[in-house]
Design a protein. Structure first.
Length: 141
């Protein structure tokens, strides 16, 4: 699934017409996932259950080593322009919704079925509907 996305992204970046959107359609039909070639998906990203039910906004930015559970939406909000930015090493639980022009900080965790509408700082955990931020305890030095 991600290899098809990466090929579509390559065609998109090199401005080769039609092929990115045909590969996007193949991903949508074969894997029930929406990952447009215009979205940025980093290295070593894991999409749970081969990306089953995952929807990613066309302007979303996803960093490296992000783990995304099944049935996750990373999308926009009506009337608010922009898309989420997910930093490196983030864990997004199954069924979570990350909506709007927000930033999920490095190493943050999003609980299953959480609806995140505001920024999540690095190393924090967001849970609930709407999501509330739980900060991690500082590590002793």
């Amino acid at each position: 699934m991600l290899s098809i996305y990466r090929l579509a992204r390559w065609f998109y970046v090199h401005r080769i017409p039609l092929l990115p959107w045909l590969l996007y359609s193949l991903n949508r039909i074969a894997f029930a996932t929406v990952v447009p070639p215009s979205a940025h998906v980093g290295k070593d990203v894991i999409l749970g259950y081969k990306g089953l039910g995952i929807v990613i906004h066309r302007h979303a930015w996803i960093g490296d080593r992000v783990n995304v559970g099944p049935k996750v939406t990373i999308g926009g909000r009506a009337g608010i322009p922009g898309a989420p930015r997910i930093e490196d090493d983030v864990l997004i639980g199954s069924g979570a919704q990350v909506l709007g022009p927000i930033c999920i900080g490095q190493g943050a965790q999003i609980g299953a079925n959480a609806v995140v509408l505001c920024d999540v700082p690095s190393g924090a955990t967001a849970v609930g509907v709407p999501a509330r931020i739980l900060l991690r305890a500082a590590s002793p030095n």
